[in-house]
Design a binder for this molecule. Sequence first.
Ligand code: SF4
Length: 475
Amino acid sequence: MQITSQTFKANSVKALADVDLQRALGNVERGFIDKRQKAVDALPEFDALRDNAVAIKNHTLKHLDLYIEAYVAKVQASGGIVHFAEDADHANQIFLDIARRRKAKTVTKGKTMISEEIGLNAFLEKNGIVPIETDLGEYIIQLRGEHPSHIIAPAVHVNRDQVEADFRRVHVDLDPMRSLVEPEMLLGEARQILRQKYGEADIGVTGANFLIAETGSSVIVTNEGNGDLTQLLGKCHVVLASIEKLVPTLEDMAQILRVLARSATGQDMSVYTTLSTGPKRPEDPDGPEEYHVILLDNGRSNMLGTEFEDMLRCIRCGACMNHCPVYHAVGGHSYGWVYPGPMGAVLTPSLIGVEKAGHLPNASTFCGRCESVCPMRIPLPKMMRHWREKEFESHLQPTTQRAGLGVWAFFARHPKLYRAAVSIAMPLLKRAGGSKRRFTSLPLAGGWTKWRDLPAPEGKTFMQQYAARTNGAGR
Ligand code: SF4
C-alpha cells in the first residue's frame, strides 16, 4: 500500500472539500458513539473488565517471548505450521511460497488489517494470484480500487448510491433492471457473488483478533460469518497475525472479548467468534488440509520496553477513531496508511517512522476522548506527545515552527520574563483586534485564520485576572 501520511495536510484539505465523504462521515459520529455508550451503561463492571484486560495484555507483553514459544509448540502439536516474518516483504514471500507450492490461483480473504499492512493484494496480483475480499465493506472497496478508511468499518466513507453504481459497473452478468434501492438488496447481491468464490478458492486467508498460547488457536470475531467460510472452505488456511495478538489462555481471551465488541459496535458480542486450531483432523467433517500462521513483527518488537509499548495492547476496536473530532472531519484515508485516527497517529510512526508520519501525532486537539473510551486504557495523547518530542529532536519540523517553539521554550524557562512580555502584548493585541475583537489574518497563525477568525485577547492576562479575583475574594 502506498504511504501518503507525509501529505496528511493536503489529504485533509481534499477530504474536507469532498461532499460525499463528509456526508458519509456523519454516520461515524452518529452511529458508533451512542451505541457504545448504551452498551457500556448496561454493564456495571465495564471499567473493572477494562482493568482486567489491561493487566492481561501487560503481563503478556512482559513475557511475550515465552508465550510465543508456548503458542508455536501448540500449533505444531495440532498439525499447523508457524512462520516468522520480520517485515512486510518477508511475510509476502512466505505467503507466495505456500501459494506456489499449492498451485493456488485464487485466494479468499476474511478481513485482515495485516494483509493491508503488508500490501498482500497488490503483491498477489503481481504474481498472478487473484485475491477476493469477502467482508462486505472490504469487497466494496476492492471493487473501487481503494483501501479501508476505518479499521472495523472499512467502507464507512462510501455511501449507498456509490455502492449501487459500483455493483452495476462490475456485476454485468446480472439483470440490469434489478432493483438495488435497499441496503439489503446490495447485501444479497454481494452474498450471491461471494458464495461462488468460497468454494473456488485454493487458499483462505484470515487475520486474528487473538492467538492463544494455551491451545495454539487463532480467533476471529466477525459479524458476517465470512471469516468462517473463508477458513473452512479453502483447502489451506493461512492466518496473518502480528505478534502482539498473543494472549495466554482461553479465559484471558474471553475477558478481553467482553470489552471488544461493546467498544467497537456497541454489541455485547460480535455475531461470530471462531476459534481455529490446526488443520482438519480425520474425524472432522470439514476444514482445511493445511493450517499456517504467518507471525509478523514489522517493527513491533522494537516497541517493547519503550514509551510506546502500551500501544501493543490495542485490540483494534476503533473506539478511539469513532470519538475523534479530527477523524470525524477528515476520514481515514487522510492518515495515508493502514491505521487511521488516534491509534494510527501513534502506531503508524512506530511502524513506518516519524519522518514519514510526523504529521499524524500533530493532528490532534488533545481533547482526550480517545483515551477515555479506549477499552485497553492506552494513553494515546501522551504517546502522541512523545512522537512530537521525537519529531522536534530529529529536526523534522519546518524552521518557522522550530523557531516558534524555541521562543516558547525560552519564555517557559523564564516565567518572570514571560509574564512581563504577555502583560505588554495583551493590551496591544486587544487594540489590534479592533472593534470586531477578532483577527482575520495574523502572522504565524495562517493555518488558523485561513478557515476562521482568531478571537483577540481581552486585554488582561490570565494571571492578572486571577490575581484580581483572588484579591477581590479576600476583601
Ligand atoms: S487504541 Fe484503544 S480505542 Fe483505539 S483501536 Fe486500539 S484498543 Fe480500540
